[in-house]
Write a protein that binds this ligand. Structure first.
Ligand code: HEC
Length: 125
């Protein structure tokens, strides 16, 4: 009796695994809250930075910003906490920023932050 129940439960679990396409799309807020950082996210973040930020900011691991007033991305997180930046990006940064208004979805913001974290210069001792 007990054993039959265990098999039934296992069958159910397998069925659930076999049908991922019936899952609802992930809730962007949930993705933002506990997302695991993957290489893919960093690459997507770099693509966002290159497309939307590189006109003014140096977005790579070296080089100067095209707009001298714009801080290089590789030093950004030494002055800006990642979670603060994340919130500002989600709400669309306008603070102290002569930039166009950006609209990111939370996932795009996660990707951008993941990329930023991956290029920060090691703090000088
Ligand atoms: C049109 C030019 C331009 C573009 C495009 C641009 N920025 Fe900026 N950004 C600036 C300038 C100039 C500053 C410095 C503003 C200041 O300090 O008054 C700045 C400052 C910032 C700061 C604040 C840094 C600090 O120390 O306070 C952040 C964060 C930032 N930019 C992120 C981004 C991101 C992310 C993107 C792309 C999505 C982007 N910027 C695109 C011009 C730009």
């Amino acid at each position: 009796m007990l054993r039959r129940f265990a098999f039934a439960a296992l069958g159910f679990a397998l069925a659930a695994c076999a049908a991922p396409e019936t899952e609802p799309p992930p809730d962007p807020a949930a993705v933002s809250a506990g997302a695991e950082v993957t290489q893919q996210m960093r690459e997507d973040g770099r693509a966002i930075a290159e497309a939307q930020c590189a006109a003014c900011h140096a977005v790579g691991p070296y080089g100067e910003s095209p707009n001298a007033a714009a801080p290089t991305f590789r030093t950004l997180l030494s002055r800006y906490r990642a979670d603060v930046l994340q919130e500002e990006l989600i709400s669309g940064i306008r603070v102290a920023h002569p930039m166009p208004e950006f609209q990111f979805n939370p996932q795009g913001v996660d990707e951008l932050i993941a990329y930023l974290e991956s290029i920060q210069e090691a703090p000088t001792p």
